[in-house]
Structures are given as structure tokens and as C-alpha cells.
Design a protein around this ligand. Structure first.
Ligand code: S3P
Length: 439
């Protein structure tokens, strides 16, 4: 069922809110919990459709997922201890769930069918199947060009590999490291630019032997020792910076606003958005920085700010890959041109985000263009709005343009907000609590 929503010009946003748990950390906590011995307790797990897909998948593979004292509890089966599911695993809209779980399945003697929704069925799986096939995973599909639905066969005799990532992708890195847990010796992934490192951090937290080695020019090699034993742990998931991004943006563009977003993950591999906004002149203050279960977190105070256009270099892309649609919307409120470079990966997200962002901006009366992998936005300090934007069945496109509508002169509507439930189910509620007009 489609759910149209409209955002109207809003001012004086104020108050303190907490965004739901980080999506990337939530997936990984469930997966490592399933591969550990003993019980893993996860407080603050994101309760949204994408993470539910991972929870269902690990349960179908034999891990016990339940609740105790407000936290989610996973009783793991040990590395290599999962069993074949009785039916196909459906990953819904979640690229992360499907790709990380392929790495887990690879190390088990089982045949599994994987599927997903229309958006996920269009996304490339070859990027994970290529290294996993080199380790021993079998598939009847064309490894390089495969998409879901897909049948794969894992093996308890995986081979360790050294893999040079052709794209800076945390999903591919994680899939290979998770498979590497099941192979003898060391499995190494070399990434050209460091992508989010939650898998490495959490593997260390669960007791795996993991080593990172900087290779210069932003590259890094990460190795995991196989035949590992993981021990159930207690995880507290900090708030998702990719969800907080929409609230930050609203606070910056809605006149006379002053808001605090509590308990946001501040991992440096995810901080490109705040770094860029500061270069644009945004007034964002980090209050009470702390460590939360191996990940840095803190509160963010955001006040309305006059922004200026900037050049965002390609090497920053991995640290803010999901934030470009909302950054592009903010760039429209800045004075001058913003050039966002190195965005090829945006074409293979939940939608072609490069095309969907450009089309939405143009519909709102903003001058935007894509040349090669660069997105240009001409900021005029104010935005007309008064448009209907196609969300392209993509949660982040939907939230980006609703946020833009809060600062525009006329309301902005999106055709369908239902996909927001995949990552940020209480988006509208939190925005409304701050004083934003979205209905
Ligand atoms: C994610 C990695 C990123 C990101 C996605 C979550 C993860 O994808 O876009 O939303 O949790 O590993 P890529 O690894 O394809 O860049």
C-alpha cells in the first residue's frame, strides 16, 4: 500500500530526540550473535524491516532469537554450527542482510535459496559472489552478473583468500571476513578506501583474532584468523548517524531552530556528512563524547545555519555514502555550487540514487546535474519547493525530500513513504516532536 506524505515549511524546531539504533551495527550484532557460543544481548537494536530480515534469517538457520529485559537475546550455535533452512530466505529490501548472510552461508555445508523484493532483485550480487566463489561457495548463476533470487551451496572446507576489493564496499568486505571465520588460516581483504569498520570492531569484541594494517593512500588490509571461536557478548547499539542526518538537516534549514540528537554513533568511518556540513558552515556541536561497547558515540546540538557550497572529494564517499541524497538537498539551501564527486556506487543502492536525487531537485526548482560520477547542485540560499517528488521506492530519497520540504517556501510531497519503515520507522514521529510539519 502506498503512503503519500507532505512536508510543509516549518520553523523553530526544538527539543531533544534519540534516533533508533544503527542499522549496520544491528545487522552485525545479530549475525555475530548467531555465530557465537552462548548468548548475546543486544540493547537498542534497530527494530525496522531490514534488520528483521536478518533476525528471521538467523532464526531460520537455527539461532534462537528472543527478548529478555528490554533487550534482544540471540543464542548462538558457534562458528560453522548453523543448519539448512526449511525454505527460501527472504531479505526484503536489505542489501546488507543478503550480502552479509551470503558470507555466513558460504562456510556451512548447506544449500540455500535467497530472495528479496523488487528493488533488491535489481541489485548486484556478483560483488560478493566473486570472492566467495574463490573461497568455495557454489552457485548455479553467472557469478559476476548474478542477482536474487539465487541458490547457493556452502562448504565446511572454505579456502582462505587475499582479496583486493574492486569497489570500496563494507558489505563485500564484511561478507569475505564472515566467510573467513570458517576457513583455516588468514583471510585478508584489502580496501582501496576504508569503508565502515563495524564488522572488524565487533569481531574483535566477540574474541576473534583480527588485524588491520594501513597501506598508505587511504588503503587498508584487514585479516581475520579462521576456525575462530566467538563468545556471546553484550552490545549496546548507538543511534544511527544515517537516520540522524535527516534531523540534522532539518535543524540546519528550518529557521531559528536549536535541537539536540542524543546518543549518535560517531565512528570516523561514518562521519563524512558532519565533516562536510562543518565545511559548509553548519553549526553542529558534539556534546558528551563517549565510548559505547567499542564504538564512539555522543550527542549532537544543531542550530540553524547559513551554508555555503563546497567540493566534496571522492575519497570521502565511503564515510557518507548513504547521506548524499540529503546532502544534495541541503546544498540547494547553500550559497554557491556544491560538487559531490565519486558517486558511482549511488547508482546501485535501493534505487539509482544519483538519478532519483537529480530528478527530485529539478522538480523542486533547483538547478542540479550529473556529469560522470559527479553531482552538481547550484545553491541559491533558498528553495522554491511546491513539487511532488518520486521516492523511487527508496527510504532515503523519501526522507531527504520530506526534509527539504521543511525548509522550502512551498510544501513538498512524496508519492510513497512506506519504505521509510525499512530503516527509520519513527521518522515522522520524531520530526513532528521537534515541531516539523509532516502529514
Ligand atoms: C552498509 C554498507 C553500505 C551502505 C549500506 C550499509 C553496511 O553499502 O550503503 O546502507 O552495513 O555494510 P556498500 O557496502 O555497498 O557501500
Amino acid at each position: 500500500m502506498t503512503k503519500p506524505l507532505t512536508a510543509r515549511p516549518s520553523a523553530r524546531l526544538s527539543g531533544r530526540v534519540r534516533v533508533p539504533g544503527d542499522k549496520s551495527i544491528s545487522h552485525r550484532a545479530l549475525i555475530l550473535g548467531a555465530l557465537a557460543t552462548g548468548t548475546t544481548r543486544i540493547a537498542g537494536l534497530l527494530e525496522a524491516a531490514d534488520v528483521e530480515a536478518t533476525a528471521k534469517a538467523i532464526a531460520a538457520l537455527g539461532a534462537e532469537v528472543g527478548r529478555s529485559n528490554g533487550a534482544v537475546a540471540v543464542k548462538g550455535q558457534g562458528v560453522g554450527g548453523l543448519r539448512a533452512p526449511s525454505s527460501a530466505l527472504d531479505f526484503g529490501n536489505s542489501g546488507t542482510a543478503s550480502r552479509l548472510m551470503l558470507g555466513v552461508i558460504a562456510g556451512h555445508d548447506m544449500q540455500v535459496e535467497l530472495t528479496g523484493d523488487a528493488s533488491l532483485q535489481r541489485r548486484p550480487m556478483g560483488r560478493v559472489l566473486t570472492p566467495l566463489a574463490a573461497m568455495g561457495l557454489q552457485t548455479d548463476a553467472d557469478t559476476e552478473r548474478a542477482t536474487l533470487p539465487l541458490t547457493v551451496r556452502g562448504t565446511p572446507d572454505l579456502l582462505p583468500i587475499i582479496y583486493d576489493l574492486p569497489v570500496p564496499s563494507a558489505q563485500v568486505k564484511s561478507a569475505v571476513l564472515l566467510a573467513g571465520l570458517h576457513a583455516p588460516g588468514r583471510t585478508t581483504v584489502v580496501e582501496p578506501l576504508v569503508a565502515r569498520d563495524h564488522t572488524e570492531r565487533m569481531l574483535g569484541f566477540f574474541g576473534a583474532e583480527i588485524v588491520s594494517d594501513d597501506r598508505g593512500d587511504g588503503a587498508r588490509a584487514v585479516s581475520v584468523c579462521g576456525d575462530a571461536e566467538l563468545h556471546g557478548a553484550s552490545i549496546e547499539v548507538p543511534g544511527d548517524p544515517s537516520s540522524a542526518a535527516f534531523l540534522i538537516a532539518a535543524g540546519l534549514i528550518a529557521p531559528q531552530s536549536d535541537i539536540v540528537i542524543e546518543n549518535v554513533l560517531l565512528n570516523p568511518t561514518r562521519s563524512g556528512f558532519v565533516e562536510t556540513l562543518r565545511e559548509m558552515g553548519a553549526n553542529i556541536e558534539i556534546v558528551d563524547r563517549r565510548d559505547q561497547g567499542g564504538e564512539p558515540a555522543g550527542d549532537l546540538r544543531v542550530q540553524t545555519s547559513a551554508l555555503k557550497g563546497v567540493r566534496v572529494p571522492p575519497e570521502r564517499a565511503p564515510s557518507m555514502i548513504d547521506e548524499y541524497p540529503i546532502l544534495a538537498c541541503l546544498a540547494a539551501f547553500a550559497e554557491g555550487e556544491t560538487a559531490m564527486e565519486g558517486l558511482a556506487e549511488l547508482k546501485v543502492k535501493e534505487s539509482d540514487r544519483l538519478a532519483a536525487t537529480e530528478a527530485g531537485l529539478i522538480a523542486c526548482g533547483i538547478s542540479a546535474s550529473v556529469e560522470g560520477d559527479t553531482l552538481f547542485v547550484e545553491g541559491k540560499g533558498e528553495v522554491e519547493g511546491g513539487a511532488q517528488v518520486a521516492a523511487a521506492m527508496d527510504h532515503r530519497i523519501a526522507m531527504a525530500f520530506l526534509t527539504l520540504g521543511l525548509g522550502a517556501r512551498s510544501p513538498v510531497s512524496i508519492d510513497d513513504a512506506s519504505m521509510i519503515a525499512t530503516s527509520f520507522p519513527n521518522f515522522q514521529e520524531l520530526m513532528t516532536r521537534l515541531g516539523a510539519n509532516i502529514s
